[in-house]
Design a protein around this ligand. Structure first.
Ligand code: GLY
Length: 437
């Protein structure tokens, strides 16, 4: 595998796609334009939905770019090896031009010849179909993978995970994804009859093609799109992690300076501590980008996302009791590192730092209020109901970790199952605006 920096990885990808006739276009802001189905741009294709539906005509049928993405649906997974709230997606598209065979050939050539991944370490997943919805299994992709030389034992047929859309509505279709095997130290190897682990050992490095052929309507039913297209996407940070054989995205140069700072100042050493450091690094990096776009932390919708990211980080710092740690220093590091690629970070630097400081102060006030409310609720009871936990979180912005810590300290039991049910109910109501994993 080629050891490449993030910039070399971007260039290798764009250069390859250009050499194959794709037009390099610029990425868009993370704030969607005229798309109420998303809080943030969560995939390279999201700003281009109208090309897939035929409402607008692209400058050329085959395109490529690098798109910053915010995936709110992944926030709870952050802390593992590879999930991020904010990542850069390398993407390519073919609108009403080539389809599965060329998409698979291109992905395979890019990975094995340009990035020089060892063939035996690649696995692919394909869509197994859905009888109820009348969608057939993707036999074509299996055939095209076999043609590249991919052994059958590395072709995994999966269900819903291989049907992709950017949100609850809009263009969608079956997809085929490529995973890199990071080896025995990360879990059992996949055997044909066994479970394919997509969380730890096998890291998804490329969605080699969403084969766009349907539009999902508001009521969840699918209608055929007027023509078929290909949408691909790969997380830059994961690609850099695997190319450089790093343990996690947080060990790559995009995160290392933040991680070193957080680990040092918060004095984190154990495994839980590392997961906390990863959360803080990811969340402050993501919040800085979001604030640079003029979003102000608040109670609902888009505004709630930076609030959640900042407050979750603040509660980690609070629980770790780390007086030497400074959010402002970390924010400044993010701006210094990323300001060239994201000029609004530099231009709005003062506003970002001020907003961050205000949010942290208002969090401290809420925590004080939250602790008072917690004590009131448990004055005559040694249990906190799911609804009460949900209210402490949603009305007063108390992070769950902090509620759990308080409960432990004051010997109060918490109905977590009840809380999860409340949370799920709320998520259903407010619709999933965060996109797919
Ligand atoms: N648009 C394909 C993906 O995000 O995986």
């Amino acid at each position: 595998m080629k050891k490449l920096t993030p910039q070399e990885t971007r260039e290798t990808f764009l250069d390859f796609m250009e050499s194959k006739g794709h037009l390099r276009i610029s990425g868009s802001s993370i704030i969607p334009k005229d798309d109420p189905s998303l809080l943030f741009i969560n995939a390279g294709m999201a700003p281009m939905k109208s090309y897939f539906s035929g409402k607008e005509t692209p400058p050329q049928s085959d395109l490529c770019n690098i798109q910053p993405c915010i995936r709110t649906i992944d926030i709870e997974d952050v802390g593992d090896r590879h999930h991020l709230t904010f990542f850069e997606m390398m993407g390519s598209w073919s609108i009403k031009n080539y389809f599965k065979d060329r998409a698979i050939d291109l992905a395979y050539e890019l990975l094995t010849e340009r990035f020089e991944f060892p063939k035996e370490k690649l696995y692919v997943t394909v869509y197994g179909g859905d009888k109820e919805k009348g969608i057939p299994a993707d036999e074509d992709s299996i055939r095209f993978w076999q043609k590249t030389g991919m052994p059958d034992s590395h072709i995994v047929v999966l269900g819903e995970d291989n049907f992709w859309s950017a949100g609850d509505t809009g263009p969608c279709g079956p997809c085929t994804e490529i995973f890199f095997d990071t080896g025995d130290s990360h879990g059992k190897s996949y055997e044909k009859t066994g479970e394919f682990d997509t969380q730890n050992r096998y890291i998804e490095i490329w969605n080699a093609g969403v084969f766009m052929q349907y539009n999902r309507r508001e009521d969840g039913t699918l209608e055929k799109l007027p023509f078929m297209s290909v949408d691909t996407g790969s997380g830059l940070e994961r690609m850099v992690m695997t190319l450089n054989e790093k343990e996690s995205v947080y060990d790559t140069e995009s995160f290392k300076p933040y991680m070193d700072f957080i680990v040092d100042k918060m004095k984190l050493t154990d495994e839980d501590g590392m997961a906390s450091a990863r959360r803080v690094a990811d969340h402050i990096r993501a919040a800085t980008l979001i604030l640079s776009e003029g979003v102000v932390p608040g109670k609902d919708g888009r505004d709630y996302i930076p609030r959640r990211l900042i407050r979750r980080s603040a509660s980690i710092a609070m629980l770790r009791n780390a007086p030497g740690f400074s959010f402002d220093t970390l924010t400044k590091m993010v701006i210094d590192n990323m300001g060239q690629a994201y000029p609004k970070m530099r231009i709005n630097q003062e506003a970002i730092r001020q907003t961050m400081a205000q949010e942290l102060m208002s969090f401290q006030r809420s925590v004080k209020q939250g602790v008072r409310q917690f004590d009131k609720l448990t004055r005559d009871s040694d249990t906190l109901t799911g609804q009460q936990v949900f209210d402490l979180r949603s009305s007063l912005g108390m992070p769950l970790d902090l509620i759990s810590e308080l409960a432990k300290e004051r010997k109060i039991s918490v109905d977590m199952e009840g809380y999860k049910a409340e949370f799920a109910k709320h998520q259903m109501i407010s619709r999933n605006l965060g996109g797919r994993k």
